[in-house]
Design a protein around this ligand. Structure first.
Ligand code: PNS
Length: 179
């Protein structure tokens, strides 16, 4: 391959349940550092996602549509295998603080063990976004709080709709178990 064709591809994996302004900031910054960023949406999350894999991919695609060197894929299985398939040499992960760093360091070392040569780059979250986590967005929405400033307006609408469904499901389950 000539140096002209050579591209530095980074993989940016996550659950994106839902995609937040923190994720968007991370992807924008990664897109300036690498020739191509492949945003990989984890399909088979053990975390019982609020949104289907298709729904999360669509949301991420819509949020990232203006970024020309960013592609969104859906994946199941090992991240190292996706990295191989996509020709990525680097995994990018955002780090908000100490506990993220501890968890991410183990994952980075495990991925390097599984595929020697695959490195992980940690990007510190931007200071004004460090408090954002998908889990908290879901919790706030479920409890009827505002998720403005944490996710885009379109994602906020989707999250609020899903929160309403979740509340209805839980109310039904509680009623049924009381009968
Ligand atoms: O947004 P998340 O939930 O923190 O992302 C976690 C993710 C998707 C990066 C991680 O669960 C992952 O890489 N899963 C793929 C399975 C895998 O390769 N496991 C071994 C990693 S050490």
């Amino acid at each position: 391959m000539s140096s002209k064709e050579w591209k530095r591809v980074a993989l940016l994996p996550g659950s994106f349940d839902p995609v937040t302004l923190g994720h968007l900031d991370l992807v924008i910054r990664a897109a300036t550092l690498f020739d191509e960023v492949v945003v990989a949406v984890l399909e088979n999350s053990s975390k019982q996602p609020w949104f289907s894999a298709e729904g999360r991919v669509l949301m991420v695609q819509r949020e990232m549509s203006s970024l020309k060197n960013v592609r969104v894929v859906r994946f199941a299985g090992l991240l190292v295998e996706l990295a191989e398939k996509e020709g990525a040499e680097v995994v990018v992960r955002g780090v908000r603080g100490g506990s993220d760093l501890e968890y991410e360091t183990v994952m980075a070392r495990m991925n390097a063990h599984l595929r020697p040569g695959l490195d992980t780059v940690f990007l510190p979250s931007s200071p004004h976004l460090t408090h954002i986590a998908s889990r908290l967005v879901r919790e706030i929405a479920y409890l009827g709080g505002s998720v403005k400033g944490l996710v885009s307006e379109k994602v906020a609408l989707a999250v609020e709709t899903r929160a309403e469904e979740k509340r209805a499901e839980n109310a039904f389950t509680t009623r049924r178990s009381a009968e």
